[in-house]
Every structure is written in C-alpha cells, then in structure tokens.
Design a protein around this ligand. Structure first.
Ligand SMILES: [Mg+2]
Length: 488
C-alpha cells in the first residue's frame, strides 16, 4: 500500500480520459461494479473456463462440440450479424470494414457485396453488440458452431439466429449455475489479477468525504468470497465491508437503473437469508435487488452528484446515463495495451501522416493535369503553359502507395492481430468508440487510475477535433514530393 500521496508521472496507459468534463470534487457518492471493475479477471483464464462450461452444456444438448477449441483473439466491440452468421467490425457510422463468416475472414469483394449500403444499427435485433469481456467466449464458440452448421454437422433446420440463442443460453447457464463460480472461488489466484492500489483509491475517496457503494449483479455468496479475497488484506480494519456505505448484490443491472424493483436485506450473511426491505437503504447493510432511484432517495442525492464506475458499456453506463443522468466512468483494461501499442507505433504513425499528406497533394496535381490536358485537346490555351506528365504523376502515386501500404497495414494490426484496435476502425473511430463517447463521461483502464488523479481531480474533456481543423504536418525534407518534369 502506498503511503504519502505524491503527484506521479502519469503515463498515458494509466490516464483518465474525459468525453465530458467531470469535477470529482462535486461527486458526493461513487457506486462501483465488481466483476472486471473492482476485481480484474485474467480474461483468458475466465473466458476459457466459461467456454468449457458452455461446451459441457451444449454437449449434453447433443451439439457436436467435442473438437472446438478456445481462441481468445476476439475483441469486445465486435458485432454479431445474426442474419448471416458473421462477426463484424464497424466504424462509428456503422459501416462494416471487416467481417468473418464462422471462422473465415471475408475477402474484400465478399465484404463489399455483403455489406455495401448496410449501416449497422445496434437497435436492430439483427445485430448483437459484444459489449463486455464476457462476450469473448461467446464469439469464439459461435464462430465455430457456424462452421459446423454450414458443414451440416449440426442437425437442423436451424438458422444462424437460433444457433446464437443456443450458444448464448449455454454461456448464460455457465455464468449463473454455481459450477464456474465455484471453480473461481476455489482458486482465485488463477483467475484474478489484483491491483493493490484499488483499495487505497477507495480509502482516499472515503477520506475525501465521498460515500461509496458496491452495486453488483453477482450474488451475495460469490461477492462476499471474492471481495474478501481481493480487498481484506489491503484494508486497515481487515474487512472489505468497511470500504462501502451500502452494498447491493444481485442488482439485476441494467433493470436496476431503469425500473422500480423490490429490495431485500441480507439478514444473515452466513446463510444469505433475505428479508423484504422497505424504507431507505441504511449504511453498513447489504441489500439484494432494489433500484437506483431508491439509492438516490436514501442518500438524498441527485443524479449528477453520483458517479457510477463499471466495465459494462450497456449495463453499467448506457442505461445509467439515459435513465438517471448519473455521471459515468467506464473501465476498460484493454486500453493499456492499446495505448502502449500506439505509443510504440508513433514514429511510423507520423511517417504515415506525412505520406498521406503527400498523396493528397499528388492526387490534386494529377487531377489538375488531367483537366488541363482535356482543355488543351479542346483548343483552350488560357490554362497553364507547362502541364505535368500524367504518366509520371501516376508513377509517383504508385511509388507512394507502395510506401504507404505496409504502414497502413501495420496500423490496422495494432491490438488484436485479427481485428486490430478496439477503439479504431480503419481511419475512423470504431462503433465501440462511438458508444464509449456517447455514454461514458470518462474512461480509463482501471479503478486505481482514479486514485492517481486524487478524489479532487478536475477531469477536463479535451477540445474535440473536426475535419477542417488545421493540423500542421511536420515534413522532413526527404519526404517532400518530388518535382516532376513538365509534359513536353
Ligand atoms: Mg462488470
């Protein structure tokens, strides 16, 4: 545990990034999600375990899963196209830039013929947005079963959408039945990646007068075991319970944020005995269910005084923002690798920008030269007397493209080797990034990053960029476009 606060050098991977300015001083209560927020899981281990459990469920249902294997190279932020059995990556406008059918990547021509004119609308039931880490096993399993359905190994008739429901139900079953959770509780070191600074972050927030809540969908037995494992050793009193004013388990988010559900009080922590609860939530107690409005009323706070911190784009931040106007922070651990990769790639990135600027200039010169040639053929001699050679301009463009191609390819392979970065899709922001900017006031890789900024930080949104912004391109002389001989 760190002792005296100091202003640390803030490396970009551990930054807190604001879409909308958030002054932590005006936040009076902070609610935390547990899974993948306060407790980070090694997602390969967890997802692999969930995958195995789901396969057992499917095997019992007669599905041919004996030879499927877990492939962790899927990203959250992809979309499943239930009409076609495809996994797709889309830009912020919903344009599909990459797709695979089953486990096979579509070629450029297939992609164009399938998705030209399609804009993915997440409200359309045709699409399933993979918006948590828990969807990695789902994508891995679904893709392989699509292959088997196409090969006629799965007895039909069964559509790609029905197949998805089968896979999804098997995974839900593995998450809700006790076997997977028992496996994790029995060997938490294998599944959890503990961050000792998380407890200090919460302790500091309490010192600064903020009230803390744990609001998790997990049940009491699992929550208690995991929170005790992850926090008791870092809390001076030895009990994680002292970090929180109110604990809500089995919260049933996102319904918790949008509906008025009854609350129960956990009256016997050992046996998880419940009693219906009326009246305000009281400090020091554990509740089962209930709703966010009840939290607001109990603490006599308004939505903009409460910050909710979670990793689930829909369940934790989307509904929270639209139904209640709570302030929201999204935790996304993948950001650390994504930023580190981008930092390593920075020299190539600036070279790529320079080459692209050169390309724009060459393309303009080519366009002018073509027009001038047309006018000359028509006998108009009012234009420029010296016209660049079309052939040399085209040749220069070809040479430039050859230098751009490997850099552009490398930029698209940052992050997942198959799917590229989470927040970008080609040159654009990804559909996932668009959801993040819409619903998360701030986003960061882990809870302790909030601690590094202190409970008093003013998290200021950066000035956003627009296509007409003036961005100086730093040009090294050797990259200036060559002067070409005029057309003789
Ligand atoms: Mg979570």
């Amino acid at each position: 545990m760190s002792n005296m606060p100091e202003s640390p050098a803030l490396e970009p991977e551990r930054g807190v990034y604001a879409n909308r300015t958030l002054n932590l001083r005006s936040v009076r209560a902070i609610g935390y999600d547990m899974d993948y927020t306060l407790i980070h899981y090694r997602s390969d281990e967890w997802e692999h375990a969930a995958f195995r459990h789901a396969c057992r469920v499917l095997d019992a249902g007669g599905y041919p899963v004996h030879d499927v294997t877990f492939d962790p190279d899927y990203l959250q932020g992809l979309v499943i196209d239930l009409d076609r059995g495809n996994l797709i990556k889309a830009t912020r406008f919903g344009y599909v830039i990459q797709a695979q059918h089953g486990t096979r990547q579509l070629s450029f021509d297939e992609l164009r013929s399938t998705y030209a004119g399609v804009a993915v609308d997440l409200a359309d039931p045709r699409y399933r947005f993979m918006n948590t880490m828990f969807t990695i096993s789902e994508a891995a399993l679904y893709a392989q079963l699509v292959d088997r359905l196409d090969a006629g190994i799965i007895p039909g008739p069964l559509g790609y959408d029905e197949l998805y429901r089968v896979v999804s139900a098997a995974l839900d079953e593995s998450h809700t039945t006790g076997a997977l959770k028992a496996e994790i509780v029995a060997d938490p070191d294998r599944f959890c990646d503990l961050d000792p600074d998380t407890a200090q972050t919460l302790i500091d927030q309490r010192l600064a007068g903020k009230r803390l809540l744990l609001i998790t969908n997990s049940d009491w037995t699992y929550t208690r075991a995991m929170m005790s494992y992850a926090f008791d050793r870092y809390v001076p009193s030895g009990s994680w319970r002292d970090l929180f004013d109110i604990v809500v388990v089995a919260a049933a988010k996102p319904r918790f944020f949008s509906q008025n559900e009854p609350a129960f009080r956990v009256v016997d922590p050992e046996r998880a005995l419940l009693q219906p609860h009326h009246g305000p939530f009281e400090t020091g107690e554990v509740y089962h269910g209930g709703c966010a409005q009840h939290v607001e009323q109990s603490m006599q706070l308004t939505g903009d005084e409460i910050l909710y911190v979670g990793d689930h784009l829909f369940g934790d931040v989307h509904v929270t923002k639209s139904a209640l106007r709570w302030r929201t922070a999204l935790i996304m651990r993948e950001l650390e690798a994504e930023i580190a990769d981008a930092a390593k790639f920075a020299p190539q990135e600036s070279q790529l920008r320079r080459l692209m600027a050169d390309k724009v200039e060459l393309e303009d010169r080519l366009a002018y030269a073509r027009l001038a040639r047309l006018r000359r053929i028509e006998g108009d001699d009012t234009g420029p007397t010296s016209v660049e050679s079309l052939e040399s301009l085209r040749e220069a463009l070809r040479a430039l493209d050859e230098r751009i191609a490997p850099l552009a390819r490398a930029a698209g392979e940052l992050g997942s080797a198959t799917w590229g970065p989470l927040m970008r899709a080609g040159n654009d922001k990804s559909l996932f990034a668009r959801q993040v900017e819409k619903y998360a006031d701030v986003y960061t890789s882990r809870v302790s990053n909030l601690g590094r900024r202190t409970p008093f930080a003013f998290l200021r949104a950066a000035r956003t960029s627009l296509p007409h912004d003036i961005v100086p391109i730093e040009r090294a002389p050797e990259h200036a476009p060559e002067q070409l001989e005029p057309d003789q």
